[in-house]
Design a protein around this ligand. Structure first.
Ligand code: HEM
Length: 365
């Protein structure tokens, strides 16, 4: 028996357009999401290293810089998750709803985990830098975000496997199922480590303080290298678990890997001794493009897995171009605004530093 359609009114725009927007908006979510997860892990590591090493001032400064950036990055993660959530319900609703019902309790757990993680980040960004609770608050934030990551992997991977739902539902109707896939999670986690490394490298290449800058550049390069290199076995493991490996899949995987390596090469060329901010930005851009290639790959895998269960009735068109037009205009404006805010946000620390130096010079003068 075919699965019933979840959208009786029909799609407001052609399925291909909604799919393209799903991939676009998911890519926009993926960038801050990897920075949230990887950045929190890196800030926690730096927070602990600052306490354990003899001269922990560099690590303390890095932790401070990251804790200060993370609430804003996480706000981007959360708000940029809304659009793909709407598109996935529209295009793949009949697969997504059963998967979220089967995993209901863990799925509902996303909200409290986000509240804890976000709250801990805010706590970190203010108050006494040497307070003893800091590493514990950092650990709570990291565990919360890793929990959210695991829940998303569980529910989203179950979305693509309607074949297993019947047995799961027969076994229990309590919404307590869990469909975590380790290779899929490691794939995201390695990307998160690499992106956090890229962020630290960018911070280091832009930092006016020589000692701290060198430490952030070295540390960032090490994390970026670890993330990209570990992604090779993790990515191959994930690739081997995929039910379908046809068409564009292999070229996209190669492209993603190649872009990751290009990003890493840019960080290597940027070096750790000198400040080369534009090269470091190119590295982060390479990693970001690699992540976007993986978002496309992920979509193709889902489409290939679900297409036997998609009927013409599911994607019946019932156009609402007026509403869609308003959405398109707002989307373009939003992307422009996010780009503008992002640039302002990244320039803010350097501008604040310059203002402090100018004020100091005026006082001395
Ligand atoms: C720190 C918070 C978050 C983390 C760590 C996170 C992590 C993830 C991960 C790992 C995936 C990929 C899952 C997979 O397919 O294996 C994902 C996908 C997704 N996330 Fe997030 N997420 C976060 C917040 C959110 C929020 C708040 C929303 C919605 C408001 C959201 C919406 C989505 C959607 C819709 C997808 C799937 C898109 C698609 O399949 O095309 N996320 N997220």
């Amino acid at each position: 028996m075919p699965l019933p359609s979840a959208e009786p009114i029909g799609l407001p725009a052609p399925a291909w357009l909604l799919q393209a927007l799903l991939v676009l908006t998911f890519s926009l979510h993926l960038i801050p999401m990897t920075l949230t997860v990887g950045g929190t892990l890196m800030a926690l590591y730096s927070e602990v290293a600052a306490r354990l090493s003899a001269d922990g001032s560099g690590y303390r400064q890095l932790a401070q810089r990251l804790w200060r950036l993370l609430p804003t990055i996480t706000a981007f993660t959360i708000t940029l998750g809304v659009a793909p959530l709407l598109f996935i319900q529209l295009v793949y609703g009949k697969f997504f709803y059963p998967a979220s019902v089967l995993t209901a309790w863990s799925w509902l757990g996303v909200v409290p985990l986000l509240l804890v993680g976000y709250g801990m980040l805010y706590a970190q960004s203010m108050g006494n830098q040497a307070a003893r609770w800091r590493p514990w608050a950092g650990l709570a934030a990291a565990l919360s975000f890793l929990g959210v990551l695991a829940i998303y992997v569980s529910t989203m991977s179950l979305t693509t496997q309607p074949g297993v739902w019947r047995d799961m539902y027969a076994a229990s109707q309590g919404g307590t199922h869990w469909h975590f896939e380790l290779p899929r999670a490691l794939h995201v986690l390695c990307g998160a480590v690499a992106m956090a490394g890229g962020l630290a490298a960018v911070i280091g290449h832009g930092a006016p303080e020589a000692k701290f800058g060198r430490l952030a550049r070295r540390f960032g390069l090490a994390w970026a290298a670890a993330g990209v290199i570990l992604q090779i076995p993790a990515g191959l493991w994930f690739y081997n678990t995929l039910p379908s490996r046809d068409g564009l899949l292999l070229p996209l995987v190669i492209a993603a890997g190649g872009l990751g390596l290009v990003g890493l090469l840019a960080f290597l060329l940027a070096g750790v001794k000198e400040r080369r901010p534009s090269m470091a930005w190119m590295g982060l851009f390479g990693l970001t493009l690699g992540a976007v290639a993986l978002a496309v790959q992920r979509h193709l895998v889902r489409q290939a897995a679900l297409s036997p269960n998609i009927t013409a009735a599911d994607w019946k068109l019932s156009p609402q171009w007026d509403v869609f037009g308003i959405f398109a205009v707002l989307l373009v404006l939003t992307i422009g605004l996010i780009g503008y805010l992002f640039v302002r946000f990244l320039r803010a620390p350097a501008q604040a530093e310059r203002k402090r130096t100018d004020a100091h010079q005026m006082r001395v003068g």
